[in-house]
Design a protein around this ligand. Structure first.
Ligand SMILES: NC(=O)c1ccc[n+]([C@@H]2O[C@H](COP(=O)([O-])OP(=O)(O)OC[C@H]3O[C@@H](n4cnc5c(N)ncnc54)[C@H](O)[C@@H]3O)[C@@H](O)[C@H]2O)c1
Length: 286
């Protein structure tokens, strides 16, 4: 298996070398191992628990240095400490993604002290700091509309704004936004505000992808299906019942999301941009 992956890798490199006209030699660990992220720096937002923590762990396991963002400093430090204990490199980066000046300033601090951000994973979402309470649209008030848009859409823009100029100048970047099936498919159980904000983020990524395609920066979205709530400190409750209807027969894990991020963040995914990858155990097909 490994040798066939290595063969594919060698062919891919040979093809790229032909197109680029670069000398035919292997130059870095990224060019000798598939989906390696050695030498890359990643910022993962909302990575203090749940899906984001899994994404941070997998990016670090592939060699990336990770800035672990969360509103909650203890959570950010806990994820960073777990990565370091496993032999990776990670630093907490505490800020609120909905605070654009705060996000920019934290990114500048990290970039000065550690390394420029090559990979941004916009993961912070759900209902933001106040949590998620499903409600049908007729039961909502405008303050609820604002809250969902703030974290799931404007938070994505704020973090993207903080890193994208540097990525374009350096001619490499990966912007990955964690969205949801709710941003793609209509549902009747009180998630219209959330779905609207996620749909906005998906659309934003598509346009960003077109604007930065010639600068070596890709922008993609991962639409997650139903995830196991326990890594986020929530009860399994009725989610276990819903899992029976997922074609592969189980809820999603933080590692499922992390593996998709590793792929989209890799050098090998350079030709994939403006896409929405459905990671959902087959709950919907495309
Ligand atoms: N859990 C699911 O079933 C599911 C399904 C589809 C998509 N998603 C998406 O996956 C992502 C992660 O979901 P989760 O359930 O693992 O998250 P979660 O609710 O467990 O929260 C993750 C972390 O984000 C932090 N956070 C919240 N608001 C923040 C802000 N404004 N700035 C910085 N940090 C903030 C929280 O402190 C928390 O530690 C979200 O974008 C969510 O919308 C989740």
């Amino acid at each position: 298996m490994e040798s066939s992956i290595d063969t594919c890798r060698a062919r891919w490199l040979a093809a790229r070398v032909k197109i680029d006209g670069a000398p035919s030699m292997l130059r870095s660990p990224r060019e000798t191992r598939v989906f390696a992220l050695d030498g890359r720096a990643a910022l993962v937002t909302g990575a203090g628990q749940g899906v984001g923590a899994g994404i941070a762990r997998l990016l670090a396991a592939q060699g990336a240095i990770v800035a672990v963002n969360d509103l909650d400093g203890e959570r950010a430090e806990a994820t960073a400490a777990e990565i370091r204990a496993a032999g990776g490199r990670a630093y907490p980066s505490v800020f609120d993604v909905t605070d654009h000046p705060g996000a920019s300033s934290a990114v500048r601090t990290f970039e000065r002290a550690v390394a420029p951000i090559d990979i941004l994973v916009n993961n912070a979402g759900n209902g933001g700091a106040e949590g998620f309470r499903p409600a049908r649209f007729r039961e909502t008030v405008p303050e609820d509309w604002q809250r969902f848009a703030d974290v799931n859409l404007f938070g994505v823009m704020a973090c993207t704004k903080a890193v994208v100029d540097g990525m374009c100048v350096r001619r490499f970047g990966r912007v990955i936004t964690i969205a949801s099936a709710a941003g793609v498919v209509g549902q009747s159980f009180g998630i219209s505000l959330y779905g609207a904000a996620k749909g906005g983020a998906i659309s934003f990524m598509r346009h960003l992808a077109m604007e930065t395609a010639r600068d070596g920066v890709t922008a993609n979205t991962i639409a997650l299906g139903l995830m196991d709530p326990r890594p986020s400190g929530r009860e399994l409750a009725h989610t276990a019942e819903q899992a029976k209807h997922i074609p592969v027969g189980r809820l999603g894990s933080p590692e499922d999301a992390g593996a998709a991020c590793v792929f989209l963040a890799s050098d090998e995914a350079a030709w994939i941009t403006g896409q929405t990858l459905q990671v959902n155990g087959g709950s919907s097909t495309s």
